[in-house]
Design a protein. Structure first.
Length: 582
């Protein structure tokens, strides 16, 4: 198992590296800019060296003016190059995120729709943002400056070996502080990030169920639970901040002390006649520049740690959910659906919910799928829509197995109404049009009319432009379900999969639903209805009875009902006889 996890992470890491390598030329450009920026950093030390050792000695104003003009030009050039490399890194980070946004979004959506037990799926987009922030942070820029630190140490050694060894000793101490920072703050930062995510998730869940929380008098209890999670998040964040702050303060204090120590040592060497005053000042400036990248990395360690953690989590997510290959575009299918010995194991479980299910449905037929709760009806609905893939057997649409279709293409051929209809923030038109950025108004109205929701929508304050929230807002359960039915019918799909479609409907809504099913059949569509209520299967031609995940009966509705009823009577009679014998 551990080897499989490592292999998964390596595969995902290779995908991330491939995306990062797309900007390889720009990284080289940043490296070149960093070379010139660090070379220009020598401007200050050389200026001080010349001012103290030449200008003051010669008392030449002309030399001072010439040096000052040159310094202004060199510092201006350095500022421009530093500004440019910062903009390049910002765009590299944005490009990395934009390149992976759809991929990570799709991976998280697929993992969550399949109920896969992947913690990485819950934080995928946040992890991507963390990596993007790392790319654009001063920490990564300091990493480009770090290779030039030995050059500055070498310059200090040129002035005097004693000053060079002091700078080296200070650098070693700062590196030790950085390593200690990594070791000590790793666990607190991970704990803080996990606690923050848990409190945010709980808060979002409570807000999403605000109506139920209010109605059941759970507000106080919900707040108490959220406050516990929030308090744990704050405590963990404070602990991580304290640890990082301690090392940051220690680094800053020690660097300032080193600069004073360098000046003190330089003054002593000047008094001993072993170096000049200009070299003393230049050596102090060089040491500050040499140690600046290390101090920056220590100060930005939280960003670095979070980015590295995000990279690891993204590697595992993308490795576990590989990118689906491009598929050949197939012609619009006919409503011919066949299932051949289909076995479905829900993601994350070991036991099959459906076993060896077979049936065939022709255009214009409606199939009622009945069975007790937990029999496998919703599992079949998810398999028919391609959300859950069969572990064995095939479901085919006009001869092609569902996995031969691209997910979005398949979704356009299928209309799905889940048990619990969830609307999205937007207008009713947006929701019926499946949140398309360019909804077809005519198709929206046509779908609403097919679902017998058109008149109901027109009675709302702004009609199709009425804004709704994820919770439905002012809409009743029946209204939400009818809008969900209209969404299922949008785009003229060839197959409808309706899971408990009348669970929230009144009598008028049920009549409208049956009319919609009749219209779909007349148009040559195939309809699957997972139902408990007999009213939902009135328009069905075929009936599929599922019991304990297996097909008990399938065929014309009346024949199957007689068979099931006869079996039930036989079972009742047998039980009665057994009771009489006893």
């Amino acid at each position: 198992m551990r080897q499989d996890d490592d292999r998964t992470a390596r595969n995902g890491g290779a995908e991330l590296l491939a995306v990062r390598h797309e900007g390889r030329a720009l990284y080289w450009a940043v490296g070149i800019f960093s070379f010139f920026v660090n070379m220009l950093m020598l401007t200050g030390p050389l200026y001080m060296l010349n001012v103290y050792d030449r200008v003051l000695g010669s008392r030449s104003v002309e030399t001072l003016i010439a040096l000052s003009v040159l310094v202004v030009f060199l510092y201006g050039l350095m500022g421009v190059l530093d500004f440019v490399r910062g903009r390049v890194m910002g765009r590299l980070g944005a490009r990395f995120q934009a390149r992976l946004d759809r991929r990570v979004f799709a991976a998280t959506l697929q993992a969550q729709s399949q109920n896969r037990a992947l913690d990485e799926a819950k934080t995928g987009l946040r992890d991507l943002e963390a990596v993007q922030r790392l790319i654009t942070s001063p920490a990564l820029m300091a990493a480009f400056d770090l290779p030039w630190t030995p050059l500055f140490f070498f310059g200090i050694f040129i002035f005097h070996p004693a000053m060079g060894w002091l700078a080296i000793a200070g650098g070693v101490v700062l590196v030790g502080v950085a390593l200690a920072n990594q070791i000590v703050t790793k666990k607190p930062l991970e704990t803080a990030n996990a606690a923050s995510f848990q409190s945010e998730s709980l808060g979002a869940q409570i807000r999403g169920e605000a109506e139920m929380v209010q109605a059941l008098g759970m507000r106080g209890a919900a707040f108490d639970r959220w406050q516990v999670a929030r308090g744990a998040s704050l405590d963990a964040t404070i602990g991580a901040s304290d640890s990082a702050g301690t090392f940051g303060a220690a680094t800053k204090t020690f660097r300032l002390f080193l600069q004073s120590a360098m000046l003190g040592l330089g003054a002593y060497l000047v008094l001993q006649g072993e170096m000049t005053a200009g070299a003393m000042i230049a050596g102090s400036i060089l040491m500050g520049r040499a140690l600046a990248p290390i101090e920056t990395i220590v100060g930005q360690w939280a960003v670095f740690q979070r980015g590295r953690e995000g990279w690891g989590r993204l590697s595992r997510l993308l490795g576990a959910i590989p990118e689906e290959p491009a598929r050949t575009a197939l012609p619009a299918p006919r409503a011919i659906i066949t299932a051949d010995s289909v076995t479905v194991i829900p993601p994350g479980e070991q036991q099959a919910s459906l076993r060896l299910i077979s049936f065939a449905v022709q255009p214009g037929q409606a199939v009622g799928v009945i069975g007790i709760s937990g029999a496998g009806k919703s599992t079949l609905a998810r398999a028919l829509t391609g959300v859950w893939r069969p572990a064995g057997g095939k479901i085919r649409l006009d001869g092609a197995s569902l996995d031969q279709y691209d997910a979005d293409t398949l979704g356009r051929h299928i209309g799905y109404l889940p048990q619990r209809v969830q609307l999205f923030d937007g207008t009713i038109k947006d929701n019926i049009a499946r949140m398309s950025m360019t909804p077809d108004d005519a198709a929206v109205v046509a779908a609403a009319k097919k679902a017998a929701a058109h008149e109901m929508i027109l009675r709302l304050p702004d009609g199709y432009d009425t804004r709704v929230t994820a919770g439905g807002g002012r809409l009743s359960g029946g209204q939400i379900q009818r809008i969900g039915l209209a969404r299922a019918m949008y785009g003229d799909p060839v197959m409808l999969v309706l899971d408990e479609p009348n669970s929230n409907l009144d009598n008028d809504g049920s009549l409208a639903l049956n009319a919609a099913i009749r219209a779909a059949k007349a148009e040559g569509k195939a309809v699957f209805i997972m139902a408990h209520r007999p009213a939902a299967i009135q328009e069905c031609d075929l009936l599929l009875v599922i019991e304990n995940g297996a097909r008990r009966a399938f065929g014309p509705k009346d024949e199957v009902l007689r068979e099931v009823l006869q079996n039930a009577q036989d079972v009742t009679r047998t039980k009665g006889q057994s009771a009489g014998v006893q």
